[in-house]
Design a protein around this ligand. Structure first.
Ligand code: C6P
Length: 414
């Protein structure tokens, strides 16, 4: 299959991403296989942010002048687009944050700190990114909470039987899990996990950092209580992310950070909080970035998330097939049908940093290391992996280039 017969019109998409036209070294074009770390940005996003600063820049929710009103409208329109993109009932259920990490911390420092008591259990999984682990470790130490973990099987899937047993045994107050692993690519059955958690009265938080950019995600369909995600992994800018929260929960939560915008009334020794979502948005936010986030969501919606997911299924199936041909290379993660477009691998004892260095010499950008998931690497008894990840603009030809270059690396280090 060539680029043009893939479920997306990849040639057309690639033309929207200026960075993909550049050479990384003289005469060496970029092959960007690191979208799990951050995606590239289409010109539509870059341009809207440029236009914002050229024409509409002002602080929001504060001024009465024309620019302030335009900036506020653009910021709030973007919130409405993000809400529609994930099927939220109202834009008010979208809280702007800096990123997924801050979204999860917001829940830890407000909802969880208010509602969890000593001895309560938070159920996580063994495949969490540090962002969905450390906030809970910090809170557990502060409040005497217990952390339990859904095990990962040898096939790199969550052990759902163990999950049901853990729910019965521990009756957790919160189940917080990654929808898609940034290392294994495992796509977890979020709807089933959430339904079972709700059956024992637990609140659920979905780490959507890797799912929202790559799969159709609808919070109504999932019945998620909280969903955290970042703009920069889904064609948007860095510095802005979102927390979706069910309105009833957001209404009852105390504020996160204190300062301007999150208040309705202030006296010297007291304050009254603003309405949701402003209650959680203290200080001047990343305004141009939020506007860029809205356009990123438009961009993905115009492609269609079903088509995005279908494209990635094609690419990862092809990548797995090609990588498995390479002697001495071992890809971690489940079989293609359970997997997003992420291939983390070890390669016959060659250090992942050496592999990444050699790939870079050929213009191929991958990530090497523990990918902020040290416990998961420990589970598989490896310190690090090399990770190639794919998105809407990647082609089979780029997979071929990766594989060819890996053969060269093997010759060099083998
Ligand atoms: N993973 C990676 O290279 P932030 O940094 O807050 O936007 O996203 C954090 C995060 C949370 N959960 C998952 C599953 C993630 O993959 C990430 C970010 C990047 O794998 C950067 S460490």
């Amino acid at each position: 299959m060539t680029a043009s017969t893939l479920p997306l019109d990849v040639a057309h998409i690639r033309a929207d991403f200026p960075i993909l036209q550049r050479e990384v070294h003289p005469g060496v074009p970029l092959v960007y296989l690191d979208s799990t770390a951050t995606s590239q940005k289409p010109r539509q996003v870059i341009e809207v942010m440029d236009v914002f600063y050229r024409r509409a820049n002002a602080n929001i929710h504060r001024g009465i002048h024309a620019l302030a009103e335009e900036a506020t409208a653009a910021y709030e329109d973007a919130r409405a687009k993000i809400a529609r993109f994930i099927g939220a009932a109202s834009p008010r259920e979208i809280v702007y944050t800096r990123n997924t990490t801050e979204s999860i911390n917001l829940v830890a420092y407000t909802w969880a700190r208010r509602n969890l008591q000593e001895g309560d259990v938070i159920l996580l999984t063994e495949m969490e990114h540090h962002s969905n682990l450390i906030p809970w470790q910090i809170l557990a130490a502060e409040k005497g909470l217990r952390l339990e973990f859904i095990p990962v099987t040898e096939e790199a899937l969550l052990d759902l039987e163990a999950y049901h047993r853990l729910l019965e045994r521990h009756r957790p107050k919160l189940v917080s899990f990654t929808h898609m692993s940034n290392v294994l690519g495992t796509i977890n059955p979020a709807k089933e996990i959430i339904a079972a958690a709700h059956a024992v009265g637990a609140v659920t938080l979905v780490d959507g950092a890797q799912s929202v950019p790559h799969l159709p995600v609808d919070v109504g369909e999932l019945q998620a209580d909280f969903l955290a995600f970042s703009a920069h992994k889904m064609c948007g800018p860095t510095g802005v992310g979102a927390l979706y929260g069910r309105m009833e929960l957001l209404e009852a939560m105390p504020p996160f950070l204190g300062g301007g915008e999150m208040i309705k009334k202030v006296e010297l020794r007291s304050f009254r909080t603003n309405e949701v979502p402003h209650k959680f948005e203290a200080g001047t936010p990343a305004i141009a970035e939020a506007v860029g986030f809205g356009v990123a969501v438009d961009y993905l919606a115009s492609l269609g998330m079903e088509a995005v997911a279908a494209h990635e299924r094609e690419i990862i199936a092809y990548a797995l097939e090609r990588l498995e041909e390479v002697p001495g290379l071992k890809v971690f993660g489940p079989s293609a049908e359970h997997k997003g477009a992420v291939a983390s691998f070890t390669f016959q004892g060659i250090h992942p940093h050496d592999i990444a260095y050699e790939l870079d010499r050929e213009g191929i950008a991958v990530r090497a290391g523990h990918h902020c998931a040290m416990p998961l690497h420990n589970k598989f008894h490896i310190p690090a992996t090399t990770r190639a990840s794919f998105y809407i603009y990647n082609t089979r030809e780029e997979v071929d280039k990766l594989v060819e270059t890996l053969y060269k690396v093997k010759e060099l280090y083998g």
